[in-house]
Design a protein around this ligand. Structure first.
Ligand SMILES: Cc1ncc(C[n+]2csc(CCOP(=O)(O)OP(=O)(O)O)c2C)c(N)n1
Ligand SMILES: [Mg+2]
Length: 328
């Protein structure tokens, strides 16, 4: 049987890795909980799509990638931006619409960018980022750069025609691209089973294009890391694209800070089942409680600093002469 990248590690490296993976997931969770807690203060005036419950996919995939690799994301971008190493202060400032934000305060939560770490951007147009990511991969391929592009999207996005076109083109040109589908079972309020036939197998569709494709449990960060490591190796060996689908679940409403298990489109029972399989609790039991408290306190301090930075930063200046659409 083929051993995974984690299986091959020594015990001390495994323990270090375990702590690192946990810390990154907890950091994303606490940052998003802090956004949710403060959202009703009305200082964040853009919609927020939280990834609470889905942290393991972002962390596991990004751990398998290099700093120089590119990443492109969607409306649900915080976890991807942070896992790729995006600057926290600039992310919070962006959500506050401040000039110090990563998009100068003009983009908000759904337009996160930090090119210094390969976070090339995110867009709220469902499916819109997929061909952009394929374009990045095409450019790297033409320039013979040793770089892959990771494209994150939800399972709803695989219903867009542009997804089919993009996997087709990536396959034909053998592009260095990793497609990552986060299957959280819902597109806004519509469950997967009212949108796609039960027999529709996304991995099978992608494989039929000659693309390496696998499916895994997206709340187990080690499983995500192992599958991603395999996929990334495949791509770097020049074999063309790879596709991964991960099952996961968002805990909060589609857009906003609240829980919405009471409004009827999903059951409280379903939520409880997935809560037990939450990536943080699945992994947290392996962390020593004293260590947990230390990590928790460090992250909390970092978060406070980031919110203070955002709150005390200036708003961008609007120049009606040059920026008004009616100026010319
Ligand atoms: C082209 C387009 N159609 C519809 C929308 C409205 N919309 C925003 S997010 C979303 C759901 C996408 O579902 P999925 O791809 O599964 O991502 P998830 O929100 O579950 O992470 C929809 C329909 C949009 N932003 N763009
Ligand atoms: Mg979805």
């Amino acid at each position: 049987m083929k051993t995974s990248s984690i299986d091959q590690l020594s015990l001390s490296t495994k323990q270090k890795n375990c702590k690192l993976l946990f810390k990154e997931m907890l950091r994303i969770r606490l940052i998003e909980e802090a956004i949710a807690e403060r959202y009703n203060q009305q200082n964040m005036r853009c919609p927020v799509h939280l990834s609470i419950g889905q942290e393991a996919v972002a962390v596991g995939v990004c751990k398998a990638a290099l700093h120089s690799d590119y990443l492109i994301s969607t409306h649900r971008a915080h976890a991807h931006y942070l896992a790729k190493g995006g600057d926290l202060k600039r992310m919070i400032a962006e959500i506050y619409g401040k000039a110090t934000g990563c998009c100068g305060g003009r983009g908000g939560s759904m337009h996160l960018i930090d090119q210094s770490v390969g976070m090339m951007g995110s867009t709220p147009i469902v499916g819109g980022s997929i061909p952009v990511g394929v374009g990045y991969a095409f450019a790297s391929h033409l320039r013979k750069e040793d770089r892959i592009t990771i494209i994150f999207f939800g399972e709803g996005t695989t219903e867009e025609g542009v997804f089919a076109e993009s996997i087709n083109f990536a396959s034909l040109r053998k592009l260095p691209v990793l497609f990552v589908c986060e299957n959280n079972l819902y597109s806004v309020y519509s469950p997967l089973n009212v949108r796609q036939p039960d027999e529709r197998d996304r991995v099978g569709i992608v494989r039929s294009h000659g693309i390496w494709a696998k499916k895994g449990f997206g709340n187990d960060v080690e499983e995500v890391l192992n599958l991603s490591t395999e996929a990334v190796q495949w791509i770097r060996q020049g074999n063309g694209p790879a596709f991964l689908e991960f099952d996961t679940y968002r805990h909060r409403e589609h857009c906003g800070p609240n829980f919405d298990n009471d409004i009827g489109y999903r059951t409280p029972e379903e939520f409880e089942i997935w809560k037990k399989k939450c990536p943080i609790s699945l992994y947290g039991s392996r962390i020593d409680p004293a260590e947990y408290d230390k990590i928790h306190a460090e992250i909390k301090a970092e978060i406070e600093e980031a919110f203070h930075f955002a709150e005390t930063s200036p708003f961008p200046q609007f120049n009606p002469e040059s920026e008004s659409p009616y100026a010319h």
